[in-house]
Design a protein around this ligand. Structure first.
Ligand code: FAD
Ligand code: DHB
Length: 409
């Protein structure tokens, strides 16, 4: 059995685990990342694409925004579409802020490259991970691969292993409360080698279901169609996908998405999911391991960054200043932001999708709400300030004794 030690053991090399490891490194705190998949798999997995203003600032301050600043697309607004008409929500005019379109896999590539250049310990295709002694002073990550067992003794463990990881299920029975909502639809997404023909994202309401026009670069478009949750992707030929995209996205002024070869396609389910608290003993959850949002508000990766920003700062305060307060309050600090992002993601989803079970009253109400957002500066400002990202709480208000779950360091 091989044994090693680190201050923070991190499970998962997605945006949360990689960013946490980098932020800890900047603060002189050691970490080891255990990742089940290969480096190539992590770097090629096509997922989110919109970075909040807040996330871009975080990447810049952490010195990992070089390529993002060169290649990221600055978006100063989005468009909402209804009955073939588009209405722009001007973020900069309403909030002074903008978002950046830059693929999640590009962020992941940049963070992996930086961690390796800094001598980081990243173990891809690590084998089967299990967590031991999370209530003890020295929790352990146990890794089993090809009949060999490795153990990593840690001060703390960060569960950054996504929704299907093992960290959340390592909490003892009864320690977590789950808050969940499922949606009766999913998104069929494609990546196409087609030149962009709009400058900004277009979120389109349509009686056949929601659709979204997005992009990754001036030559690559990313498009989504609302579909059934059990949709069989094999029943969707490229021709069928483009035909449906033209029907839903086509505008009264004659605009249609430009077609091109489909590089990748897949179906993503939609759910809202939060566990509370995010900590038990010395195990801390961050990112999709703790929460999932429906993708309409483009919040998933951004929330993962916010969690690890708080976690890294809390660990810095503990190691550098011997102050455990921020770590003790990690869960409640994160949850305040998580629930605001949950609310916004649920709201954007409710505003734009077709809900089969809706009554004629519900449909009229939904259209009235969309028309309100398109016509009221106050309503548009609310959308804009949530979309660009609410400010990070720099230091949480400290009300000693207000924590309602046991802290155990
Ligand atoms: P992840 O990116 O899931 O990273 C977790 C990592 O842990 C993975 O690399 C995984 O391989 C690893 N891992 C898992 N289990 C183990 C284990 N037992 N041992 C070791 N390693 C393990 N958000 C949006 O905003 N817009 C989108 O369009 C969008 N599309 C998405 C499409 C899909 C198919 C999915 C699944 C998510 C999508 N999201 C989207 C959400 C967004 O991508 C996530 O919120 C983001 O990836 C969260 O980052 P994370 O680091 O917390 O988790
Ligand atoms: C993208 C994904 C989203 O969920 C969203 O709301 C906007 C853009 C994208 O993949 O480009």
């Amino acid at each position: 059995m091989a044994r090693s030690e680190t201050q923070v053991g991190i499970v998962g090399a997605g945006p949360a685990g990689l960013m946490l490891s980098h932020l800890l490194h900047l603060n002189g705190i050691s970490s080891i990342i255990l990742e089940a998949r290969s480096r190539a798999y992590c770097e090629e997995r096509v997922r989110a694409g919109v970075l909040e203003h807040t996330s871009v600032e975080m990447l810049r301050q952490a010195g990992v925004a070089g390529r993002l600043d060169r290649e990221g697309l600055r978006h100063e607004g989005i468009e909402l579409g209804l009955r073939g008409q588009r209405h722009r929500i001007p973020f900069v005019e309403l909030t002074g802020k903008f978002v950046t379109v830059y693929g999640q896999q590009e962020v992941v590539k940049d963070l992996i490259a930086r961690r390796l250049a800094d001598g980081g310990d990243l173990r891809f295709e690590c084998g089967t991970v299990s967590l031991r002694g999370i209530e003890s002073a020295k929790p352990t990550i146990r890794i089993e691969k090809d009949g060999n067992i490795d153990e990593i003794r840690c001060d703390y463990i960060a569960g950054c292993d996504g929704f299907h990881g093992i960290s959340r299920s390592s909490f003892p029975d009864g320690a977590l409360t789950v808050y969940e909502r499922n949606y009766p639809f999913a998104w069929l997404g494609i990546l196409a080698e087609a030149p962009t023909s709009r400058e900004e994202l277009l979120y389109m309401h349509h009686e056949r279901g929601f659709s979204l026009y997005s992009m990754r670069s001036p030559r690559i478009t990313r498009l989504y169609l609302q579909c059934r949750p059990d949709e069989n992707i094999n029943e969707w030929s490229d021709d069928r996908i483009w035909s449906e995209l033209h029907t839903r996205l086509g505008c009264a002024d004659g605009w249609h998405p430009t077609e091109g070869p489909v590089l990748q396609k897949g179906v993503t389910g939609m759910r809202s999911f939060v566990v509370e608290p995010l900590q038990h003993g010395r195990l801390f959850l961050a990112g999709d391991a703790a929460h999932i949002v429906p993708p309409t508000g483009a919040k998933g990766m951004n929330l993962a960054f916010a969690d690890v920003y708080y976690l890294a700062e809390a660990l810095r305060a503990l190691y550098a200043e011997n102050d455990p307060e921020k770590l003790r309050r990690y869960s409640e600090t994160c949850l305040r932001r998580i629930w605001k992002a949950q609310r916004f993601s649920w709201w954007m989803t409710s505003l734009l999708h077709r809900f089969e079970e809706d009554s004629p009253f519900d449909r009229r109400r939904q259209l009235a709400e969309l028309e309100y957002v398109m016509s009221s500066r106050a309503a548009a400002t609310s959308l804009a300030e949530n979309y660009v990202g609410l400010p990070l709480e720099v230091s949480a208000p400290i009300e000693r004794g207000a924590v309602d779950h046991p802290a155990n360091y």
